[in-house]
Design a protein. Structure first.
Length: 76
């Protein structure tokens, strides 16, 4: 069995982690600059980000399982 689909899935998780790291650093600067980081817009963006991550985890996992059920990765 090949590890390439798992590598693709892990790279996607790494990309999400990197973007989260960048955005959390930006949020620290916004707090330090005394710019409001709460309220409905902030909550909406937080819910949106969380929803995108959950969708990636669910459908990415589904993609990974389906990828291994293809004939290319079946035991011979």
């Amino acid at each position: 069995m090949s590890f390439v689909p798992v590598l693709h899935y892990m790279l996607g998780l790494g990309a999400f982690g990197f973007v989260y790291w960048l955005l959390s650093g930006l949020l620290g600067y916004l707090r330090a600059a005394d710019i409001a980081v709460s309220g409905s817009t902030y909550s909406f963006i937080l819910y949106l980000w969380s929803g995108i991550l959950v969708l990636y985890l669910v459908f990415g996992g589904w993609w990974l399982v389906r990828r291994y059920s293809e004939s290319e990765f079946m035991w011979r």
